[in-house]
Design a protein around this ligand. Structure first.
Ligand code: C5P
Length: 222
């Protein structure tokens, strides 16, 4: 389609969520938080008592997912079966489940069309792991956001603290490394920069720095 798409891929904690939202707000474009779809699939499956080794059942959960993203101050309210699960899906253990179900090709297939449907005028900012490689290979601009694992653990800790939760830095670092490993090693849609992606290492950059840099790249591309 002709809808412009900006993809932002990279490991967890690189700042994709925050950056994607700010860039989408600035442009007035739609936002796809694809990680939330994997988290929601995992949470829904868990609630339905689906066995995580039953790939076909998990794919069915993904296909039948009844979710809504309601834009609100500072983000989106995420509904699963009309229930607000915005906080629930951000929990570390749900992220771990998400990365498990995300390694299953039938689950990824089941979510593919749903993700592509987010591309509507005037444009889309797509946040994930395989936005530029698999879901939107024709994207107008592809960014791969990274940061050192230590920095990502620190950011994650700050984020948890601001929402009233706590986790130790070593635990978070271990969690992040395990998840990176699984996301990079999986056979289908592994976490990797698209050949035509521009890599931005955000370890030493502030959020406004990164937003400005992406804005400049978009302008350059016309
Ligand atoms: O980005 P977020 O931490 O919410 O993603 C949760 C998990 O979902 C990731 O660790 C990854 O395994 C999976 N994911 C994916 N493909 C995407 C987005 C997320 O496999 N496009």
């Amino acid at each position: 389609s002709d809808v412009p798409v900006l993809t932002l891929d990279g490991p967890g904690g690189a700042g994709k969520g925050t950056i994607s939202r700010l860039v989408a707000d600035e442009l007035g474009w739609h936002l796809l938080d694809s990680g939330a779809l994997y988290r929601l699939t995992a949470l829904a499956a868990e609630r339905q008592g689906v066995n995580f080794s039953d790939t076909a059942a998990l794919a069915q959960v993904a296909r039948e997912l009844n979710v809504a993203f309601l834009p609100c101050e500072g983000g989106a309210q995420v509904l699963l079966e009309e229930e607000d699960v915005s906080h629930e899906i951000r929990k570390e253990h749900v992220g771990g489940w998400a990365s498990e179900v995300a390694s299953m090709p039938p689950v990824r297939d089941a979510l593919l069309k749903r993700q592509r449907d987010f591309a509507r005028p005037p444009g889309l900012v797509a946040d994930g792991r395989d936005m530029g490689t698999v879901v939107f290979p024709q994207a107008s601009l592809k960014i791969f956001l990274t940061a050192s694992a230590e920095e990502r653990a620190r950011r994650r800790q700050a984020q948890l603290q601001s929402s009233g939760s706590h986790a130790s830095l070593p635990d978070l670092l271990k969690e992040i490394q395990t998840r990176d490993e699984r996301d990079m090693q999986r056979a289908v849609a592994p976490l990797v920069a698209a050949r035509d992606a521009i890599t931005l290492d955000t370890t030493e950059l502030t959020i406004p720095d990164v937003v400005a840099r992406i804005g400049a790249l978009l302008t350059e591309r016309g």
